[in-house]
Design a protein around this ligand. Structure first.
Ligand code: TXA
Ligand code: MG
Length: 362
């Protein structure tokens, strides 16, 4: 991976009150941005790695620090809806409705770009991704910098997105100037990416704002099928071309009725552990209840990741737990699948990619 020349920086780590971001730190962070540096900051989805949207040198450093392929474009983060007219060549009516309804919030809109947006942001595309995050620290930083922030998730490329400052530090220490730490992010999965350049909007990446919510606001939407697009040359949406959201451990999904999942997991785990490998088991309370009743199961890391009735709890925990599996040096992680609707669509999108589509049906 690239980025050797980026190592050796002294990465500052500042604790920021999420309710009332301290002005002195926000000011220092904004100075870093204006001088072409990189600052990681919390959003309501995951931590982002911010740079000045109009400084090509700063933008290049994002790619180096992350080890990110250069043909993968960046989202511009704004602090107000009004900023969009200075960035987008055309604001469709549906985009206007969606911004009013969902901003600030986890919805990124793809629109035609204005010519002055650097090619480093758009990877040479004619469109630009725009989003207004719902987090006081993020908004304070964008405002203080006085420019939109280009910001991908603040992880090393391919790894699960960071939901805590500790994750950012583990991945990017020595490669970036500062981390604004406001604690764990709320949602835990990235924003929805919606292409509104066509009459019928297309969901390129499911996320925090659901298809159902978008449909309610602006009518029909198309959900891009990530599997079939995977082989296309130009990545139309994140995760379609590159390995994504993956811990070092091999992730395997188990799909089936709650009663059957644990039984299958117990068997698979036993087999893998006999080979001397270490296994992690990440399941919901619903699955673990079966263990208490009848199925004994053994593993090297056993964790509850939330409740099926409350997918937000699973979304909030999943990246942290996948990273934790690497901390424990696990070889294989077994986890379950969810219904692909509502927030479940985003969750399944990430899980399938992180498992490279390995699903065992039971
Ligand atoms: O929640 C989020 O969206 C987080 C926080 C930090 O805002 N950001 C994030 O950025 O997930 P990133 O770079 O990890 O994922 C954004 C994806 C990129 O992978 C890229 O493929 C897609 O957005 N993207 C950016 N510009 C695009 C464009 N013009 N057309 C299509 N896709 C675009
Ligand atoms: Mg990312």
């Amino acid at each position: 991976m690239g980025g050797k020349e980026e190592k050796g920086l002294q990465t500052q780590w500042w604790k920021i009150d999420a309710e009332k971001p301290q002005e002195q730190y926000i000011r220092r962070a904004a100075e870093i941005i204006k001088e072409g540096g990189l600052v990681a900051f919390p959003t309501e989805t995951v931590y982002g790695l911010g740079a000045h949207a109009f400084l090509p040198q700063a933008l290049k450093r994002i790619f180096l620090a992350k080890g990110r392929p250069q043909d993968n474009p960046l989202i511009l983060h704004v602090a107000a809806v009004e900023e969009v007219k200075d960035l987008a060549a055309d604001i469709p009516l549906k985009a206007q409705v969606l911004m009013e309804r969902f901003w600030p919030g986890p919805l990124t809109l793809i629109m035609k770009k204005l010519p002055h947006i650097p090619a480093e942001v758009t990877a040479g595309l004619e469109t630009v991704a725009l989003r207004m995050p719902e987090h006081k620290t993020a908004l304070a930083l964008i405002k203080a910098a006085g420019v939109p922030l280009a910001a991908p998730s603040a992880n090393r490329s391919g790894y699960p997105s960071p939901t805590m400052a500790e994750h950012v530090y583990a991945d990017l220490n020595g490669r970036i100037e500062a981390i604004l730490d406001s604690g764990p992010t709320g949602l835990g999965l990235e924003s929805t990416i919606l292409d509104v350049t066509q009459e019928t909007p297309v969901i390129l990446r499911p996320g925090g704002v659901t298809r159902e919510e978008i449909t309610k606001a602006v009518g029909e939407v198309i959900a891009a099928e990530s599997k079939s697009l995977e082989l296309q040359e130009i990545p139309k949406a994140p995760g379609m071309k590159y390995k994504h959201y993956s811990p070092k451990a091999e992730v395997v999904l188990i799909e089936g009725r709650v009663e059957n999942i644990l039984q299958a997991a117990a068997k698979i785990s036993e087999g893998i552990r006999k080979e001397g490998k270490r296994v992690g088991l990440l399941f919901t309370e619903d699955v673990w209840r079966q263990a208490k009743e009848k199925t004994p199961v053994s593993g090297d890391y056993i964790k509850s990741i939330g409740e099926r009735e409350n997918l937000a709890s699973v979304a909030h925990n999943i990246y942290r737990e996948l990273r934790q599996c690497d901390e424990y040096g696990l070889d294989v992680v077994l986890t379950e699948t969810y219904i692909s609707e509502g927030l479940g669509s985003a969750l399944m999108d990430r899980l399938l990619k992180s498992a490279e589509y390995k699903v065992i049906k039971v």
